[in-house]
Ligand binder design. Structure first.
Ligand code: ANZ
Ligand code: ZN
Length: 832
């Protein structure tokens, strides 16, 4: 016999599955398909505890579906463009590829040790020219459809280093490198028109309901931020001095057109062009001073509701289209330039921000909705409840109406007069995809002095990143590092052949990850972005697994890409991920692991100490998959002991057991029932993602087998065919969580590898019938009822059943129950 040693098992089976392509799908159409995908990793270094958890969860689903007989695709790849590689390259005076591919090698061997059921033949890297060629090709399709366009927009700018900064390089409003406060600078940048898909992104969430975590759907809904309301045109009084002799309209977006009669002033975003256009010359200086100061205030500060309100009067008035009232125009930072129209009608009585502003600037407050609450001009609290309209144009206006009716009516009146209309507004903004960075897919556009913006033709893709650059050359200097590499920038125009310049921005890495799940269907296709038939076969993804940190951007961008490609006729589905599982975090001591707290746990050390299987099993057993795992509270040592106990069962059968294939019919019935019930329940629990409960049930089964071997009714010990049947089931169940142990058990049981392909054990329904027994219920010592109950009923369940019995309730009558004595499963004694 042999002692259980995880190291020996990892040695024995390590590499076996890759060599034998155990996890490559058949992909021959013979079997129903399932696609399981883990969010692909960023190769930042070696694997860490977070990867270990997420990939253990995804692997349970993939391996379970394989056992169920589905043809499963479970690919893996690397999200290998991005800023960290660039920073590392600058530090080491190397090319970012060097650091990136070295990390991939390290991570890959760790993943293989960790025994993920991945099909390595589909491995891809988003930084490979064979991949980013198609990222660029997709960009061209978006560009051709008008879904990719350029416009001026502000970037983070460090005035000392004279460089553009990515958001993650801005720490508390200052440059990460030198601490100088970051300002904004205007640059011409590329966008994807995701806003065109806002409604569909919202509507199609109905399909995801129940299959995606509710909080993720809520976050997406909120991010899209659909509000119904109205555009209302206010006539600005003409002003010769402003160069606006005819007057003009100032349109606002409001969700509350019912409050139009309560508007007492208007506010435009101080940092908008609109403010500059509207301001009277006499007030221009004040406005400019105010705008200058604003540059140092972050968006978050600006939107903070408790911030003191500031602003400047623009020296002009506009007219309320409903009552003809003259309203002063102000500019303030609490109105955002890029939301709605960048201008509002202020209704201080019913909007707290407007009320705070009115009090700061001594502007009038007029309540138009009687809600029964205290007068806002007295209380300082805007009233926002339901109520009846007052002060709103008498019965011909809105007076007497409720809020909802008044909204409808106000829009009607505005429509009749041609001064307003119902509209829908979104919080969602277009996706800014250009980055002034080196390590990303170059935007495949050439700027020609004669032809303008020219797309690089398909046969000239990929636009390759330059190879022979390193270190400081990669540092951003006001423009993308690519702009400094003249031999790369200077090119000829694909259209006229004249001298032209390459676009020097690279794409946001979220572009790479918006379509990688499609590329997995035909990852080695050099002729096209993907093989349409393969994509149609495999997609959408049946189960996506990853962290909730991607709840918004990555998932929303992928959903947008899918819909856009659908509209282009490139795919036949409109949602990429049918089901989503967000695994929890791995904590240590109740806190997220971090360098500053010094509570990091090194995955490599854990694997060396406890073995891969014990770490994986612990991740699964610790909690339901969505919950956090606190590594300080778990026991990988305990998991290792359990695995050894299970493995020894296989060894017992190897030496003294029934031969493989022995009919278990004559075996120990109690054990057979336990086996079949465990397998049947496990399937249901796995479907419900209650992985931790499946582990607990497997532990019970292992205990049951040991009991039977040591003293089962048949007296056959390990030779009982029910024992073989049970241990085979244990090996198959464990193959989802502890691949090395399970594989070795399977071999000891006399089977060919791999256990991963053993198939889910067949359940005999006849063995699922629970053992029942008769429980006697006594009231005041007299038998009042007899109940047929499961033999393993809990005390609590039995008590509940007994108290619910009609006969028992009749005999208790009005008396108070003083005590219930339960001796499950046979007796309940009720004292009244
Ligand atoms: C008048 C009013 C009266 C408003 C009232 C609210 C309550 P959501 O629901 O988030 O879409 N608003 C419009 N554009 C704005 C901007 N660029 N910056 C800051 N605030 C803006 O919010 C819509 C409401 O936010 C609009 O309705 C407008 O104020 C304000 F009792 O108009 B409301
Ligand atoms: Zn040209």
């Amino acid at each position: 016999t042999e002692e259980y040693s995880f190291a020996a098992l990892e040695d024995r089976w390590g590499g076996y599955w890759e060599q034998h392509h155990t996890f490559a799908p058949l992909d021959d159409g013979s079997t129903e398909r399932r696609y399981v995908l883990d969010m692909f990793p960023y190769p930042s270094g070696d694997l860490h505890m977070g990867h270990a958890e997420a990939f253990a969860m995804g692997d349970v689903v993939a391996r379970y579906w394989m056992q169920q007989g589905y043809d499963v695709m479970h690919p893996i790849g690397w999200d290998s463009f991005g800023l960290p590689a660039e920073n590392a390259a600058i530090k080491r005076d190397a090319h970012p590829a060097e650091w990136t591919y070295k990390n991939i090698d390290t991570q890959k061997s760790s993943f293989q040790r960790y025994a993920i059921s991945a099909d390595w033949s589909r491995e891809l890297h988003t930084s490979d020219p064979e991949y980013y060629r198609w990222t660029q090709w997709l960009f061209q399709q978006f560009h051709a459809q008008g879904l990719a366009y350029r416009k001026d927009s502000p970037v983070n700018w460090c005035p000392k280093d004279q460089t553009v900064l990515a958001n993650e390089q801005v720490v508390n409003g200052a440059c990460e490198r030198c601490g100088t406060p970051v300002t904004k600078k205007s640059l011409n940048q590329w966008y994807f028109k995701i806003t065109e898909y806002a409604d569909r992104l919202l509507e199609d969430m109905a399909e995801l309901e129940g299959h995606w975590p509710e909080r993720v759907l809520a976050m997406q809904r909120n991010w899209i931020g659909r509000s119904e309301g109205a555009h209302v045109d206010f006539r600005v009084e003409p002003s010769e001095a402003t160069g606006d002799a005819a007057g003009r309209d100032l349109t606002v977006f409001t969700t509350r057109p019912d409050t139009l009669y309560g508007s007492t002033f208007m506010v435009v975003a101080a940092d908008s062009d609109l403010a500059l256009e509207l301001v009277d010359p006499e007030h221009r200086q004040a406005l400019e001073t105010y705008r200058e100061a604003l540059k140092n205030v972050s968006e978050i500060e600006r939107q903070a509701t408790d911030r003191a309100k500031t602003g400047v009067f623009l020296g002009r008035h506009a007219v309320n289209p409903l009552n003809g009232e003259r309203l002063p125009l102000w500019a303030s930072d609490y109105v955002l330039a890029d939301y709605g129209t960048g201008a509002i009608m202020a209704v201080p009585a019913h909007d707290q921000r407007d009320l705070d502003f009115a009090r700061a600037m001594d502007l009038p407050v007029r309540a138009v909705l009687d809600t029964g609450e205290e007068d806002p001009s007295v209380s300082g609290v805007a009233t926002t409840g339901e109520g009846t309209l007052v002060n709103s144009g008498g019965p011909d206006g809105l007076d007497g109406l409720g809020k909802a009716e008044a909204i409808t009516r106000a829009i009607e009146i505005l429509g009749e007069r041609g001064t307003g209309r119902g509209t829908v507004n979104y919080r969602l903004r277009d996706w800014l995809l250009s980055r002034q960075r080196f390590w990303g897919a170059p935007i495949p556009i050439v700027h020609c002095p004669d032809c303008g913006e020219v797309a690089v033709p398909e046969d000239q893709l990929p636009v390759l990143l330059p190879q022979d650059v390193a270190g400081e050359q990669l540092a951003p200097k006001g423009k993308s590092p690519l702009a400094g590499i003249e031999s790369w920038v200077n090119t000829t125009c694909p259209s006229c052949g004249g001298a032209a310049l390459r676009d020097t921005d690279t794409m946001d890495t979220f572009v790479d990850s918006s379509w990688y799940y499609m590329r997995f269907a035909s990852p080695n296709d050099d002729d096209q972005v993907f093989d349409r038939a393969a994509v149609d076969r495999w997609l959408p993804v049946d189960q996506y697994v990853g962290g909730v940190e991607h709840a918004i951007l990555h998932l929303l961008y992928s959903r947008f890409f899918t819909k856009a490609l659908y509209d282009m006729g490139l795919v036949s589905f409109t949602e990429p991920f049918k089901a989503l599982l967000n695994q929890g975090q791995v904590l240590n001591g109740g806190k997220a692991m971090s360098k500053s707290l010094g509570n990091g746990v090194d995955l490599g050390e854990q694997l060396d100490t406890f073995g891969v299987d014990a770490v994986r099993l612990t991740m699964i057993f610790a909690s339901p998959p969505e919950d956090d795992v606190d590594w300080a509270d778990v026991s990988p040592g305990g998991s290792a002991k359990f695995l050894a106990r299970a493995w020894r069962l296989a060894q017992d059968v190897q030496f003294a057991g029934a031969a493989p294939g022995t009919d278990p019919d004559d075996g120990d019935l109690t054990l057979r029932r336990l086996t079949h019930r465990t397998v049947a329940d496990a399937a249901r629990l796995l479907d419900e993602h209650k992985f931790n409960v499946v582990v607990a049930r497997t532990m019970e089964l292992v205990n049951g087998v040991r009991k039977t071997i040591d003293g089962g009714a048949s007296g056959l010990g390990a030779g009982d065919p029910a024992v073989r049947e049970a241990v085979e089931a244990v090996a198959i169940l464990l193959s989802l969580f502890a691949p090395y142990t399970a594989e070795d058990m399977w071999a000891k049981l006399g089977h060919e590898p791999s256990v991963a392909r053993a198939g889910w054990p067949a359940v005999e329904d006849a063995l699922l019938v629970q053992d029942t027994t008769t429980a006697v219920v006594q009231v005041k010592g007299k038998v009042r009822d007899r109940l047929e109950v499961p033999a393993d009923i809990s005390a609590a369940d039995l008590q509940e059943l007994a108290l619910a019995s009609q006969a028992v309730q009749r005999s208790i009558g009005d008396a108070a129950v003083r005590k219930v004595i339960v001796r499950e499963p046979k007796l309940v004694n009720i004292v009244v």
